[in-house]
Design a protein around this ligand. Sequence first.
Ligand code: ADP
Ligand code: ADP
Length: 224
Amino acid sequence: MIEAKNIWKIYGSGEAKTIALKNINLKIEEGEFVMIIGPSGCGKSTLLNILALLDVPTKGEVYYKGRRTSTMSENERAIFRRKVGGFIFQQFHLIKTLTALENVELPMILDEKDKHYRKKRAKELLEKIGLGDRLNYYPHQLSGGQQQRVAIARALANNPRIIFADEPTGNLDSKSGAIVMNILKELNEKGITIVMVTHEQELLKYASKIIKLRDGELIEIIEK
Ligand code: ADP
Ligand code: ADP
């Protein structure tokens, strides 16, 4: 589904040069639950952002369903990010001035869905995720775990094939983290491919494939 070939990412130049990724090669198949693990600063977020087409490699190519993504137009990349991929971040990244329901509606507004459909779907997604009684709450009125669940509902709004998650439990207590991980597990069982970054060893049990990074290098791929 996604293939990365000879990916390098270099930030800056001269004395300020950082080689964040060194010749990464990997494949992600449909239906997998992939975890990218390694210590802080080893290049995990950089790799995730490149696989999600949020960033471009300095060298190398990312293929999506056999297609070279470097030849996609900015518009095609935007469509990929809006419809193929859903994104979840450590800091939730909800819009503070919008309610839970409105945050979930947002990607559907960008996708030009009509208002009635948007409201109905946003409500259903929040209900499924256990927040049916929090539709009109603003992010600051919700706990971290609840905010991350709103972010998951938002990521699901346009029916993505893949969820990209960067340390989605990084700011949560272990109980809220387990709720979020179980939601991701259920989504994966329904066929959504998950690509997740973590540095927490105890989360590896959820993965079907583990990609280990160290200092920008891929040191091991474990398939379960
Ligand atoms: P991780 O997610 O594993 O913590 P990152 O991908 O965030 O690692 O970072 C990998 C390396 O690249 C680090 O040395 C980091 O400081 C550097 N880096 C990340 N983003 C940038 C950037 N925008 N500009 C310069 N250096 C960066
Ligand atoms: P979760 O399991 O989703 O993380 P918590 O157990 O942390 O939820 O929160 C329990 C209850 O406390 C929730 O119903 C939530 O509305 C409320 N709550 C938690 N944190 C806050 C906060 N910062 N502001 C307002 N209400 C909060």
